[in-house]
Design a protein around this ligand. Structure first.
Ligand code: ATP
Length: 596
């Protein structure tokens, strides 16, 4: 299939934000695509080449892409950089530059989707000495045969900046319409996607075998299941309102969520974002098998660092030592962990997703042999506010974040956030009642002790409708010397020449980053701001929300993608709550002091 077909459709998709139009273009594209390359096209649409959990990343740096464009065009690097600086989009630059070239030369061969995909795959697999030069050669050889429009999209895919605004749901709608003729069949497709996290694989089955095969779709080991998520509640009272008469309460441990896949001796671990994190936990790989009384299984657990002498839970941050690859051995021995099981999704050929929550817990209790490494999350059946409160108190005293409340009769709803699971956290953590997960978009150089580091960071929320990052505050407190160092190291790899066009901010930062890193922030209050862009116009025209006295909690939320960060809507909800509280306080004073 000619790559020009895809690039022309990508161009059309870029120009529209209307979901119906996007779906129609997608349907047309899928129908034109030969069946065997449908998965490849579905991955490319998402700007990836394999499902995320396989960790096949293109990871091309802007500099390398600039060198490749310069080589293909026979123009100096400086010229490419200048065009990029003016336009802010390297894909467009490639297209502009190649337009000049194609006026004078004749492109020999038409590039195909198959060739582009294979080349991207080869590039992703290259590593080690000399790999940069080889990558550059592959890219420029593609660009040599590409039209300007094709070059634009090749570069965008390579850099990971292809943003067609297509949500997974839209792709699933299009698959349902294109291959089954009915949009309603999206539900079955979605179920299959939720248990495999691989839209490519699902699309191939829909396209070749139809919806009946999709209905039979099963969990496969080592293909992660999308996690079930919880709704937030503010009080014990809210819990009682939303739960049935008797329900499950479990400690909400504060660690890293892990999905453990086991088949005989083989163990693979996936994070909440479904990335393969097996490499960081050699101790789990070595020890967990012995504590699980089954040949095969998929389990969910929370990894929590502990003090080995006292058995106490330690702060979540201790796990981050494991992310420093070169010191992993040391981290494993210095920062021991426990694995705390809270769900079983599959074991020995039995799918557990449709079993009731309390049934799954019973099975889990039979499978997990507890020792000082593997544990079951403490659980209790409760009925009323007092019981919830008592158990919450115990959980906080044990160093946990709060409680998870679960409807005992509910199945495991993969990929869904809903009220079958509720999370209740202790409110004293900060005056807003909850922390926010914010994205680092820029920084200001430090002074004094912070010279040579980023002293203050500029943060943003995520806007899912516009798929961009409006700013919300600057944060300069809550950092230790160690966290400043660590953040510097992480963020230095994310510096961009220009502000990413998806960042919405009037602030001028000293340096801009690729929006990729999420930090946990607390604050004393949400205020209205003429400068920040989160929730713009929601309360007052030309005003957004800002945080007053924001503070970094010390938690880098590696397990969250930027799309999981707090949104303007969430800030709005906290703002309304805060105003309600202020309003109540004011009413109280008015009554007490007889003020009119
Ligand atoms: P948070 O920001 O509170 O960690 P989240 O967005 O990561 O939330 P939620 O579904 O809102 O995910 O909260 C559930 C999270 O709490 C899980 O992802 C898991 O990491 C953790 N957790 C701790 N203990 C439990 C438990 N007993 N059952 C389920 N999840 C638990």
């Amino acid at each position: 299939m000619e790559f020009s077909i895809i690039s022309e459709m990508f161009e059309m998709m870029e120009k529209t934000t209307k979901r119906i139009e996007l779906t129609n273009i997608l349907v047309e594209l899928l129908k034109k695509t030969p069946k065997k390359i449908i998965p490849n096209v579905v991955y490319l649409l998402q700007g990836i080449i394999r499902p995320n959990f396989e960790g096949v990343e293109l990871g091309i740096a802007e500099k390398l892409a600039i060198r490749a464009i310069s080589k293909s065009a026979g123009l100096p690097i400086k010229k490419i950089e200048d065009d990029y600086r003016d336009g802010g989009d390297l894909g467009l630059t490639a297209s502009n530059i190649l337009k000049i070239k194609t006026q004078t030369t004749f492109t020999a061969e038409k590039i195909t989707v198959e060739r582009v995909y294979e080349t991207l795959f080869k590039i992703a697999k290259l590593e080690g000495k000399g790999s940069q030069d080889l990558k550059m050669k592959y890219i420029s050889s593609l660009l040599n045969d590409a039209t300007p429009l094709e070059a634009k999209f090749v570069i965008k895919i390579l850099l990971g900046t292809l943003r067609l605004g297509i949500a997974e749901n839209t792709v699933m709608d299009a698959l349902a319409i294109a291959f089954t003729g009915k949009k309603e069949n999206r539900v079955q497709i979605e179920n299959a996607y939720n248990v495999s996290s691989d839209l490519g694989k699902v699309s191939l089955i829909v396209a070749t075998d139809g919806i009946d095969e999709i209905k039979k779709f099963k969990i496969s080991l080592f293909s992660p299941i999308r996690p079930m998520l919880a709704d937030r509640v503010q009080s014990e009272k809210d819990v009682i309102k939303k739960m049935p008469e008797q329900f499950v309460a479990e400690y909400k441990l504060d660690g890293e969520r892990v999905q453990i896949h086991k088949q005989s001796d083989k163990i693979v671990l996936f994070s909440r974002r479904l990335e393969n994190i097996t490499q960081y936990y050699p101790d789990i790989v070595e020890r967990i098998g012995k504590t699980l009384n089954v040949n095969e299984g998929v389990f969910e657990a929370e990894i929590v660092p502990i003090n080995e002498n006292t058995g106490e839970f330690l702060p979540f941050q201790e796990l981050m030592h494991r992310r420093r690859k070169y010191k992993l051995d040391k981290a494993v021995s210095q920062y021991p962990i426990t694995v705390n099981f809270f769900d079983v999704l599959y074991y020995d050929k039995k799918d557990c997703l449709n079993l009731e929550c309390s049934e799954r817990r019973k099975i889990l209790e039979q499978i997990v042999h507890e020792d000082n490494f593997s544990k079951l999350v403490p659980m209790l059946f409760v009925k009323n506010e007092n019981e919830v409160e008592d158990f919450l108190e115990n959980s906080i005293n044990a160093g946990c974040e709060g409680l998870m409340l679960k409807d005992p009769s509910a199945p495991y709803r993969a990929g869904m956030r809903g009220s079958n699971w509720l999370k209740l956290k202790r409110e004293y953590r900060n005056e807003l009642g909850d922390s926010l997960d914010l994205i680092v978009i820029g920084a200001y150089f430090g002074r004094g002790r912070r010279t040579g580091l980023y002293g203050t960071l500029l943060l943003a929320t995520y806007n899912p409708e516009k798929d961009n990052f409006p700013s919300i505050c600057k944060v300069g407190t809550g950092f230790t010397d160690e966290s400043l160092d660590q953040l510097y190291q992480i963020l230095s790899n994310k510096v961009t020449l220009k502000k990413n066009p998806r960042i919405v901010s009037e602030m001028e930062a000293d340096i801009w980053f690729e929006p990729e890193l999420v930090l946990e922030i607390v604050a004393s209050e949400i205020t209205l701001s003429p400068i920040h862009k989160t929730g713009l116009d929601l309360i007052r025209k030309s005003s957004g929300f800002a945080l007053r006295f924001p503070k970094f909690t010390g938690k880098i939320r590696y397990e969250k993608a930027v799309e999981d960060a707090s949104t303007g809507e969430e800030v709005f909800a906290l703002y309304k709550r805060q105003s309600k509280i202020n309003h109540e306080k004011w009413a109280f004073f008015r009554e007490k002091y007889d003020i009119n």
